[in-house]
Design a protein around this ligand. Sequence first.
Ligand code: CDP
Length: 203
Amino acid sequence: MNFTVAIDGPAAAGKGTISEQVAEAFGFAHLDTGLIYRATAARVLEGEDAIEAARDLRPADLRRDDLRTPEVAQMASQIAAQSEVRAALTEFQKDFARRDGGAVLDGRDIGTVICPLAEVKLFVTASPEVRAERRFLELSGKGMDVTRAGVLDDVVARDTRDAQRETAPMKAASDAITIDTSEMDIGTAVAKAIGHVREALAR
Ligand code: CDP
């Protein structure tokens, strides 16, 4: 069975948690596409050329333990604006989406560019302040030296760059369902997402 769930949205909107839980609920595979851009960025921060790093990306790169830092996130957003970098990473994502047994992909351009025919498209969002607070708690909980103001700056800078770039800008597909989690706990957001997938599967 081919069945794709595309989940897009701005930084730290809760896409990761929702995607993991949707994948678990239906036995689908999950790909966090942000990790691919972060892994490329981590190699760029070590001095590699972005396009070469993207073309040469390996599974071990995705398992690095330094991919969640704000420095890597910022670099990811910068290199993600280069069309050649995106082109080098497209085929892997499309293949993943078409795998047997169903797939959930989360990112910025899944419903618009990578999987325009996805059976379910969700756009998960929340106010910048709410997203920054969640990310601050996540990063400081991991022992990272971050401030609330710094995390908010990071989130807003990435959203602006990601939404304004020419190639595959972050935006909701015209047929996406928006879930605004500003005033919703994560359990409710997950339940809504699972409900939309269940409805589509029943069609
Ligand atoms: O976890 P968070 O929402 O903060 O970010 P992420 O999903 O790990 O993505 C990191 C960066 O990669 C984003 O700010 C985007 O610039 C880029 N990205 C992208 O351009 N396209 C995707 N499909 C996924 C991520």
